[in-house]
Design a protein around this ligand. Structure first.
Ligand code: FEO
Length: 401
């Protein structure tokens, strides 16, 4: 059965949600599912904005047919050629052989990589600022390379003042009836997963996101329609502010994130004591994660939030304990910048991970290592309490407390 939703008088949501998915992109746990958004305009011309992941094919085709109500599809705008959005492009073209594909030059090359249908005879290639008039509506195309792939563009509807934003302003999480942010407690219930989505999927490309934000600042936007998650009409400014922070690697919280791993509890006991002392010093909002227990995508998202990060782990096979090494690799590959770190190393007979951690972190732009002097041998000793107190004072001073 079709399940189409009205966005405006003549724009319809025809996407769908997957709550059975374990790992989005085979990498990210999605405890609340995932939505794949697609939109149809019914104007003098009909336009489809992207398709969906193949898991939702049946629902999508029913929705597309119902929204077109017997009309032919005139245009399909391909904003992003990743298969979670364009898996069904070939079938759509088979169903509507006269459709024109509107996309960037780079998208054409990618279409040829993913599909074998003849794209050259039915493509309208657009570049920065090009427009498409469909009757009542006029759309402007805005290039958004690396948000999240190089071929990406976003589309501004000058008539309804909607920004179809591709992956930008997307989120993990299925759509549960309510389509719009003002129908839920968005900041309380949805912002964390929007942050986790941004930081993990697009986090590396802050500079390119900044460029897109600059272009968007010249537009009068009444609604954001991303390819994942809710449509945003109430929290537009707040979301843009968050994107500005995340993409400029500016912390949201002046507080401490403690990321640790512990084999027999010695390191954990030390960081628990550290956290208590930090709290006693007046630092609020401290967060602790055992990186062996919490998926790194969640800890990375928190690392984008916090100004100060404590890395505490043990030496393992003369290197960094594996779950921490994975987390540090993810931190590094997402190019997190401008953070202040404390490194605490453990090692029962040959502690060696501290220097290796420092080497990874120092390659990140704007890294400041506040302290890396604490070396635990199996368990923290009474005579090392003073070292811990020094670290607490250093962090507090750095937070202007
Ligand atoms: Fe949602 Fe980059 O694909």
């Amino acid at each position: 059965m079709h399940n189409i939703r009205k966005i405006t008088e003549d724009i319809f949501y025809i996407g769908c949600s997957d709550r059975r998915l374990s790992l989005f992109e085979s990498a990210y746990p999605v405890k609340d599912g995932m939505s794949y958004n697609s939109y149809v305009l019914i104007d003098e011309k009909t336009v489809l904005f992207d398709t969906v992941d193949k898991v939702c094919a049946e629902q999508f085709y029913e929705n597309l047919d119902a929204s077109l109500n017997g009309r032919e599809l005139d245009y399909v705008v391909v904003q992003h050629m990743e298969p979670d959005h364009c898996a069904l492009l070939a079938e759509v073209i088979e169903m509507h052989p006269n459709v024109q594909v509107v996309c960037t030059q780079k998208t054409v090359a990618m279409i040829k990589q993913f599909f074998t249908f003849d794209i050259d005879s039915r493509v309208t290639i657009v570049k920065e600022g090009d427009t498409l008039k469909t009757g009542k509506h006029e759309f402007q195309f805005i290039m958004a390379p690396m948000v999240h792939w190089p071929e990406v563009m976003v589309t501004y509807d000058k008539t309804d003042k909607i920004l179809f934003s591709a992956d930008a302003f997307g989120s993990f999480g299925a759509i549960n009836g309510n389509l719009f942010d003002n129908e839920v407690n968005w900041e309380k219930d949805y912002l964390d997963e929007a942050r986790r989505y941004y930081t993990n999927i697009v986090g590396k490309y802050g500079l390119q996101v900044q460029m897109l934000l600059k272009k968007a600042s010249g537009l009068d936007i009444k609604m954001l329609c991303p390819l994942h998650g809710l449509m945003i009409r109430e929290n537009i400014n707040l979301f843009i502010e968050k994107y500005d922070k995340w993409s400029s690697y500016t912390p949201e919280e002046n507080s401490v994130l403690i990321a640790y791993s512990s084999v027999y509890g010695g390191t954990e006991s030390a960081v628990n004591l550290l956290a208590s002392k930090l709290a006693d010093k007046g630092i609020k909002g401290i967060k602790m994660y055992d990186v062996s227990m919490t998926h790194p995508s969640f800890v990375l998202s928190e690392a984008f939030r916090y100004s100060h990060i404590v890395i505490a782990t043990t030496t393992y096979n003369a290197g960094i304990f594996e779950s921490m090494e994975t987390f540090l690799h993810i931190l590094s590959s997402h190019s997190l910048q401008n953070r202040k770190y404390v490194i605490i190393q453990n090692g029962s007979w040959a502690p060696a991970c501290g220097g290796q951690i420092k080497e990874i972190l120092e390659k990140l732009k704007g890294t400041e290592i506040l302290d890396d002097s604490i070396c635990i041998k199996s368990t923290l000793k009474e005579e090392q309490i003073a070292e811990l107190d020094n670290v607490v004072n250093t962090i507090a001073k750095s937070l202007n407390l």
